[in-house]
Ligand binder design. Structure first.
Ligand code: S3P
Length: 167
């Protein structure tokens, strides 16, 4: 890795944003959420981007944002759950800093995100879509430098674990 960033990857609902904000506070680094940058760049919400332009347009904007953000340093970067699907993004993330994959069980993820209306890929049938996407992406996060199963851990536990590995 060339840059001093911590890059959080993982399925929707694995706690990337919650952990990322805490971690950034501890380090005195900037917290960056790639989804928020995508919304800024597109000038619409994520559901609107998917509805008007489709997933591949969303992935193109996401790729531009990921590539740009990875050029900065001293940031904790929370990425969208599907950003790892493109190899170019995975490469940039690995060069951008320490990549940490967060995971959680299907039950935890369903509890956290199934009522969320801001995630278009889950829309009509959250439970079935979560199951299908988790299966499709089961190996997608394995490129990370470290992986943390978060179900039994508090936010503080996860933050401490990451800090210990970063030294
Ligand atoms: C997506 C995850 C979302 C967001 C978009 C697509 C995905 O981010 O980028 O809805 O493909 O898994 P979160 O992982 O922050 O929910």
């Amino acid at each position: 890795m060339n840059k001093s960033n911590i890059v959080l990857v993982g399925f929707m609902g694995t706690g990337k944003t919650t952990i990322g904000i805490e971690l950034a506070k501890h380090l005195g680094w900037q917290f960056v959420d790639t989804d928020a940058f995508i919304v800024d760049e597109a000038g619409m919400t994520i559901p609107e981007i998917f509805a008007r332009h489709g997933q591949s347009f969303f992935r193109d904007v996401e790729e531009r944002v990921v590539q740009r953000v990875m050029n900065g340093s001293d940031q904790v970067i929370s990425t969208g759950g599907g950003s790892v699907l493109r190899e170019s993004n995975r490469e940039m993330m690995l060069r951008g800093g320490m990549v940490v994959a967060l995971s959680a069980s299907e039950e935890t993820i369903v509890q956290r995100v199934s009522k969320d209306t801001n995630r278009p890929l889950l829309a009509d049938n959250p439970l079935e879509n979560i199951r299908r996407l988790m299966k499709e992406r089961k190996d997608a996060y394995q490129f990370a430098h470290i992986s943390i199963q978060t179900d039994e851990l508090t936010v503080t536990d996860v933050v401490e674990h990451i800090l210990a590995k970063y030294k």
